[in-house]
Design a binder for this molecule. Structure first.
Ligand code: WT7
Length: 665
């Protein structure tokens, strides 16, 4: 392993080697579980046929497929390619056709306590109206639509309306800045942007529309003909006549009947941008048939979903892949009843989530380790004040979950009985890949454990050889899977370089992992220049570019430093230009510049990318070839003794940095 990668993996190995607890499923749970151990055998006997039978059982096809997998164009897979279907029809209409129109699809809970209940029949009418309204704005099959919305019923409706038209959506998280939005609109050449006046965040109206207005003044956005605006907060908005249209005017007036666009299984369903190791986000492309098959299969088996009785709640925002696969497509294709919540866990009080669980009798909860650790910090007397006995399955996603948080989740939230499923996957994989199956797997605190049926995952060394049990290396996926990305929008070469060049022919996930003595997989975090802050992916290079775009900065290096709550925190080291360097020599001057730069990053990328700390330094540690040694900076950021610095071009640099920092700058 290159040396800058080995430290994180090593630290993770040492922490986890001592974890030996296991929790076998209870006989009662196992007896009623959707998943049975035989699923692994069936899938292993004929992986491709296993997926074909899931695709037939779980989806409704307009034209049945006769081909399952075509891997001749590797690494671009084609699944079920001669079948046709429509995603919105599968998620909504067919349930109504099957007599389930009165079932609740969405229990919407606004941050301030306003609520809205939407049945499948109502959802069908609303999605159809929205599809007609969007079509009337000139959007047709293949056109891209950017969605920049808070968590609202309209957000789910907007995604499904696009899917209904065969118009790929690209959801941009509402916390991203105008510039981040602009670059995504430009890259996707979107013809429509759907947004809102604003959303409610910690008790206040937080505007969204101004960011759209600003983005559309920028370069590369001429493709956008209209902006469709949901009214949520009622705050004032600037209005561009002829371009801007109110959602409540055009959608309400539209026909509630709409014939879905029947598309090929490989028709693009969405593009979702995610951070990579360079400054430019990657537009991850997902298509229809394979994606829906794996999203619905995993949602049903990993959460043991019983659509007639369960109330499911995934706390993710639709701006992330989790919101796509496990708020919109997986649950709705399975006909689930779910809760969606607009706000934050601490507004108006720290028991908000548990109040929601009690109120709707949530039985399946899917959230991120960072949220669990935050609740741990707040104290267990808060959840203890609510009736959480409805919970029967708990999920975790987004980053490795430390055994302590896992045990707390199980005991305090799950009443010591609900199985925990730690699900490993990525924006690129589209759906879960590695996870225990509740009722089958004896779970281990901190481990995602086993590849799901039909999935081939392994841990390999530098030469792509599988490591023995007890060994560590890189996580790879060695066989194509139905919901795999079909490429990076507009950049086939980058797709090949990023995922398929390190180990020819197999998918490189970018994560370090180890196998324990039972062969179970433990994820250890990223091995590339991608950070994971609160389960959100951030690129060191992207933040470095934002920093150097500020006039006072000459050079910048960013690292992810271990953080108790957020997993990692962004720590930036900057060298200032000429006269500004002198200003930073006093502690006040340095603090002021640091504040300015933190705010600058928040403005350039979004508040989630804001560095925890910005440290002004006289030099950065570089190798003779000019590569910044982030490993050494991570040592500084985590207050550790600085490791081996002998490969530096100038080995005194680390002394200079440490001396400067301890003297207060
Ligand atoms: C990266 C993918 C999958 C939806 C949310 C994040 C990390 C994700 C786990 C887990 C350990 C995990 C990996 C992965 N990750 N789930 N259960 N255990 N690590 O999606 O933004 O595409 O990030 O998140 O590092 O590569 P994403």
């Amino acid at each position: 392993m290159p040396e800058n990668e080995s430290t994180t993996v090593q630290a993770g190995l040492e922490n986890l080697l001592h974890e030996t607890r296991a929790f076998p499923p209870s006989p009662e749970f196992a007896a009623q579980a959707n998943a049975q151990a035989s699923l692994y055998e069936t899938a292993a006997a004929d992986r491709v046929e296993f997926w074909a039978s899931q695709a037939r059982d779980l989806l409704t096809w307009r034209t049945p497929f006769t081909e399952t997998l075509d891997w001749s164009g590797a690494p671009v897979a084609r699944w079920f390619a001669d079948g046709t279907l429509n995603a919105a029809h599968n998620a909504v209409d067919r349930h109504v056709e099957n007599g389930l129109g009165d079932r609740v699809a969405l229990h919407f809970e606004g941050e301030g306590g306003d609520t809205r209940t939407v049945t499948y029949a109502e959802l069908q009418a609303e999605v159809s109206r929205a599809a007609n309204a969007i079509a009337a704005l000139g959007v047709g099959k293949g056109d891209r639509v950017v969605i920049y919305l808070p968590m609202l019923v309209e957000s789910v409706v907007a995604m499904l309306a696009c899917a209904r038209l065969g118009a790929p959506h690209s959801v941009v998280f509402g916390g991203f800045s105008a510039d981040a939005l602009r670059s995504r609109i430009a890259d996707a050449e979107a013809s429509l942007v759907i947004t809102a006046d604003g959303g409610f965040r910690r008790g206040a109206a937080s505007a969204l529309k101004p960011a759209v207005d600003e983005a559309l003044k920028g370069e590369g956005t001429d493709s956008v003909g209209h902006v469709l605006v949901v009214r949520r907060t009622g705050q004032d908005v600037d209005w561009t006549e002829g371009r801007d249209v109110w959602w409540h005017e055009v959608v309400a007036a539209a026909d509630p009947v709409h014939e879905p666009e029947w598309v090929d299984a490989e028709h693009p369903l969405f593009i979702l941008y995610t951070s990579g190791t360079t400054g430019k986000p990657k537009g991850i492309l997902h298509t229809t048939g394979g994606y829906l098959t794996q999203a619905s299969f995993t949602h049903r088996s990993v959460f043991d979903l019983k659509p007639e009785t369960d109330v499911y709640w995934c706390t993710a925002d639709i701006g992330w892949i989790t919101g796509h696969s496990y708020v919109v497509y997986g649950p709705l294709v399975n006909g689930a009843t779910q809760v969606i919540y607009e706000g934050t866990p601490d507004s108006p009080h720290r028991g908000r989530w548990w109040e929601i669980v009690e109120k709707y009798k949530v039985s399946i909860l899917y959230t991120a380790p960072t949220a669990i650790r935050t609740c741990m910090k707040w104290g267990e007397d808060i959840p203890a004040g609510y009736d959480l006995s409805s919970l029967r399955v708990l999920g975790s996603v987004g980053e490795p979950i430390n055994p302590e948080a896992w045990m707390w989740y199980r005991r305090v939230i799950g009443g010591d009985k609900a199985p925990i499923v730690d699900t490993w996957w990525q924006t690129e994989t589209g759906a879960m890949m590695i996870s225990p199956l509740p009722g089958v797997t004896a779970t281990k605190p901190g481990s995602a454990q086993v590849a799901l049926p039909g999935i081939a995952a392994d841990v390999v060394d530098d030469e792509a050889h599988p490591v023995p049990d007890g060994g560590g290396g890189y996580l790879v996926l060695s066989e194509p899977w139905p919901s795999m990305l079909r490429g990076i929008w507009g950049d086939l070469q980058r797709f090949k370089d990023t995922y398929w060049s390190r180990f020819p022919g197999i998918y490189f996930a970018g994560d370090g992992a180890k196998k324990d003595e039972d062969g179970d997989i433990w994820l250890l975090g990223r091995v590339d220049d991608v950070m994971n802050v609160s389960g959100h992916r951030l690129s060191t290079t992207e933040i470095e570019s934002a920093l150097v775009s500020h006039e006072v900065v000459a050079e910048a290096a960013v690292v992810g430093a271990a953080d108790e709550t957020t997993g990692q925190a962004v720590v930036a080291f900057v060298i200032l230009r000429g006269e500004h360097a002198a200003k930073a020599e006093t502690p006040e001057g340095a603090a002021e510049i640091s504040e300015v730069l933190r705010a600058h990053v928040a403005k350039e990328i979004g508040p989630i990318a804001k560095p925890r700390r910005v440290l002004v330094v006289p030099e950065l540690p570089k190798t003779r070839s000019g590569k910044i040694m982030r490993r050494l900076l991570r040592d500084v950021a985590e207050n550790r003794t600085v490791g081996d610095a002998t490969t530096l071009a100038d080995s005194s640099v680390m002394d200079l940095i440490s001396a400067g920092l301890s003297s207060g700058t």
